[in-house]
Design a protein around this ligand. Sequence first.
Ligand code: AMP
Ligand code: ZN
Ligand code: FE
Ligand code: FE
Length: 283
Amino acid sequence: MPLAIPGPADLHLHSERSDGTESPERVVEVAREAGLGTIALTDHETTSGWDEAATAARRLGMGFLPGAEISAEHAWTGVHVLAYLFDPDDANLSALMRRIRDDRVGRAERLVANLARDYPITWDDVSAQRAGDATVGRPHIADALVAAGVVSDRGEAFADLLHFRSPYYERHYTPEPILAVQLIAAAGGVPIIAHPAGRGRLDDGEIRRLIDAGLAGFELGHRENRPDGVARLRRFVDAHDLVVTGSSDYHGAGKPNRPGENTTDLEMVERIIARASGTDPIL
Ligand code: AMP
Ligand code: ZN
Ligand code: FE
Ligand code: FE
């Protein structure tokens, strides 16, 4: 029997458990207000928002896929791997996410120390912008710079002071994407590369290795993708019958992205659910 998945579906949204600006419950409500029927919460390297979002989704009669987004890197190219419906108690995957999360703290402290040489910003200012032990990232530092009147919004901070080419920039630990893909798949989850046709590109050989390692597909509907890169990845999708998603990457007030600005065909949502064995979706 086909699953009854409420549409439309947007499978990439962030809450304040990482660098979104709203609670998981509020993210679900905003998605509902935007007319969505199914969403995935994909906070960076954390599952801490799952329960709250699931409760809100049940209350509103929405579909919900628990997820996460993992920052990886191959040959100096940043690769974000979305993970859906994995077992949150899987030891290897949770250790990987914890390692990234923990390393992000020292990295953010170093970045703030660098900025503090020239701008009025302290670690306390950043903590004030971060909900509890949320996965910390440059957006929280951006918010502290906004609060200090240094820049007017996150976008301005990223364009200059927080850009990876900025003299203040610091790196954090990132796994190879193939490790993230292997651990997500081993945890019963479904790995999909986020915004895969944006800045930087993986070579064909690496893409084939990721597919062989269990990569399920690509987020081809995303505002940062470029048409030529999407066309190239479509050839892999056709050749390997991969899953294709479209999503907003909503971050609340932190980015212009609006819930539902890209959506995922329900047939693809069904394929993600059919492929997963780590956690049940809420439908
Ligand atoms: P980090 O993980 O600390 O390296 O920071 C990257 C995060 O910042 C990503 O999740 C993006 O969504 C967010 N980000 C990147 N560029 C911008 C921008 N121009 N405005 C707001 N947020 C951004
Ligand atoms: Zn983010
Ligand atoms: Fe991303
Ligand atoms: Fe994201």
